[in-house]
Design a protein around this ligand. Structure first.
Ligand SMILES: NC(=O)c1ccc[n+]([C@@H]2O[C@H](COP(=O)([O-])OP(=O)(O)OC[C@H]3O[C@@H](n4cnc5c(N)ncnc54)[C@H](O)[C@@H]3O)[C@@H](O)[C@H]2O)c1
Length: 386
């Protein structure tokens, strides 16, 4: 009889309150015939007690080692941090399903995934083709909406509500994070919002939806040129949220040339820090939730929190993340229960999930991670495997 054990360790990243599974998702795995191990206290910051997990059919274990050693599939939220690397040796040939951001993380994590031949599937690159032909990222989307809203709320919290109508906000990269930040700014009645977005159809879509005498949208190529540099000089808040698809490192969109134009004390939130950072001064330089650093002649204030949803609204974030991961996780569990050799034909059958694959049987399957870390000899394109 085949088994499939899903394991959920407690998140170790500073101030991370999310957890990989809700009790409701545990019930669904149990109904399929899988077993679930939850590390004690893993769900507390998301509002889920050990008792709720037990009632849903999970077994509560005392230590992370018990989870990592026994699980066929480890479901996490954030990429393993250094203190968790030692657990990866117990994962040989097993699956890790989580946000990984390997291009934006230190090379040791990728090396460990390769060394222990872990099947590592990154939430952020699981992709589906959208109606407009562009790839969408269903496991990133719910977190991006929360991150955009919370990044804007945190920025606004530095001001009195009566000042909001005088504030000028600039958003660079108008995807899901950018749109959520824009909606929050509009709902908070800020004075003026300027967006920069390189993809024309997206810029047009946002112009149609939100364009007004208080919201303007420019192509990215115009950022800081003669026509737009006055906005850089007067903006109080910058939200930087560009993303290149496929797990590539974030592009740098704000450089010292831009910083020199900004006004004294301007606040810059780099939401793309989880992909390595998107401004010259936050590149590989994250901040903890609630912290900022001040830099430069103009005393610019930087925030670069890699886990905004988990540190601000963990319960809401866990529920929306699990609603998105559920279909993929149940597919993997169902497949593993049905298969006799544990071979992952589920990856062969499910293109969206396959797009999330980063490492498999000691091979690196993400081209951008290979380029970022120079792991050329470990690389094998997905097409050659499946
Ligand atoms: N810090 C956090 O807690 C957190 C949470 C969620 C998402 N994120 C990150 O936020 C970033 C944005 O996520 P998203 O879901 O909005 O992505 P998205 O794909 O919806 O949007 C990204 C946008 O950036 C644009 N873009 C591409 N290249 C650009 C460039 N060079 N300059 C400016 N814009 C460019 C794209 O056209 C797109 O519209 C990602 O890096 C994601 O990992 C961070």
């Amino acid at each position: 009889m085949c088994t499939c054990v899903v394991g959920v360790p407690k998140e170790r990243k500073f101030n991370e309150g999310r957890v990989g599974m809700t009790p409701a998702l545990v019930s669904e795995v149990r109904e399929l015939g899988g077993a679930v191990l939850i590390e004690t206290g893993a769900g507390v910051l998301s509002g889920f007690s050990d008792e709720q997990y037990e009632n849903a059919g999970a077994i509560i274990v005392k230590t992370p080692d018990e989870v990592w050693c026994a699980a066929d599939i480890v479901v996490k939220v954030k990429e393993p941090i250094r203190e968790e690397y030692r657990h990866l040796s117990a994962m040989s040939g097993k699956t890790l399903f989580t946000y990984l951001h390997l291009a934006g993380s230190e090379i040791e994590l990728t090396r460990a995934l390769l060394r222990y031949e872990i099947t590592a599937i990154a939430y952020e690159t699981v992709s589906e083709a959208g109606n407009d032909g562009r790839m969408t990222f269903p496991l990133l989307l719910p977190m991006s909406k929360i991150a955009g809203t919370q990044a804007m709320r945190t920025a606004l919290s530095r001001h009195q509500p009566e000042e909001f109508s005088k504030l000028i906000v600039m958003i660079i990269g108008a995807g899901n994070v950018g749109e959520a930040a824009l909606r929050c700014a509009i709902a908070s009645d800020v004075g003026f919002v300027v967006l920069f977005e390189p993809w024309e159809p997206r810029a047009l879509e946002l112009k149609e939806k939100y364009g007004s005498d208080k919201v303007v949208i420019f192509p990215l190529s115009m950022l800081g040129n003669e026509q737009t540099k006055n906005y850089l000089k007067v903006a109080d808040i910058f939200i930087s949220a560009p993303m290149l698809p496929g797990g590539k490192e974030a592009p740098i969109v704000l450089t010292q040339k831009h910083f020199r134009l900004m006004k004294n004390g301007a606040y810059i939130s780099d939401v793309s820090i989880d992909q390595g950072g998107s401004t010259a001064w936050t590149k590989d330089n994250s901040t903890k939730p609630g912290e900022t650093f001040t830099r430069g002649m103009r005393n610019l204030v930087f925030s670069a929190v890699p886990n905004i949803p988990g540190s601000t609204v963990p319960e809401e974030a866990t529920r929306s993340l699990c609603a998105a991961t559920k279909g993929y996780l149940l597919g993997m569990v169902g497949h593993q229960l049905a298969s006799h050799n544990g071979d992952y034909t589920v990856l062969r059958d499910n293109l969206s999930l396959r797009m999330g694959l980063q490492t498999w049987r000691g091979l690196l399957t993400n081209e951008y991670v290979m380029r970022k870390h120079g792991l050329i000899s470990d690389y094998c394109p997905l097409d050659e495997i499946f």
